[in-house]
Design a protein around this ligand. Sequence first.
Ligand code: NDP
Length: 258
Amino acid sequence: MSTETLAKPLTGRVAVVTGASSGIGEASAEHLARLGARVAVLARRADRLRELVARIEEHGGTALPIAVDVTDAAAVRSAADRVAAELGDADLLFNNAGVMLPAPIEELAADQWQRQIDLNITGLMNVIGAFTPQLVKAAGERGVADLINTSSIAAQNIFPTFAVYSGTKAYVSHLSRHLRAELGAKNVRVSALEPGIVGTELQSHVTDDGALQWLEGSKETMDWLTPQDVAETVGFIATLPPRANLQQVTIMPTGQPS
Ligand code: NDP
């Protein structure tokens, strides 16, 4: 095996990362680029994507910024066309954009319910719809492709006031298991990534006082994960031998019990 292959095991691969303008997506895009992948970075904030691309290019990587709202299915399809035209067919999709807006159910915060459903479910599906043809084609040609969906431990565990968010993430995990059954035979590995608490901008969108206090209090009993911790997990999933598929990966702060 050449030194290049060892140092940059994703050389020749084309990765797409959604939610790449901050947090887990941003760190993962940089990490996948360091591992040798050409990376398309998707989110709404074009300025943040430009800064990310500049950093990746500074380290000799290749990245394509695409400012897109993933809840807009037509815009995501156009983004997929651009990826194929400018980088080649995607063979690694990190489907990661998401939002968490906890609130007691009796507050009837229907606008927040809708935002979570629109992004965490419909947006996720728009991205799957736009890129699955490329993943299947690339897997046929190159022998492997990856679809990594960001779920959460909220998909499995019970957090009062997080019901709607948790419901969207349970959708992501269960969907991922089903997609394995369809896509695995076509050499597309499907993984659900379920992190515990990671320090990102996710918490800055929370407005519910109870949830904010719980999050703040948790810092006294644990060191939150960093986006880099999760990015390295994404890299690990994608660099396994083609026959091996981590179908569900839970990464927790060591001090977070559940
Ligand atoms: P961030 O808030 O830092 O990142 C969210 C990303 O999603 C941003 O890049 C944001 O960019 C993008 N985004 C939001 N809305 C849209 C949209 N409509 N179209 C396109 N992109 C959008 O949070 P995290 O990095 O923490 O979150 C990443 C994923 O990890 C989410 O799915 C989250 O649910 C999950 N997760 C996070 C945990 C945590 O503790 N942080 C724990 C478990 C799971 P922009 O605003 O520029 O569009």
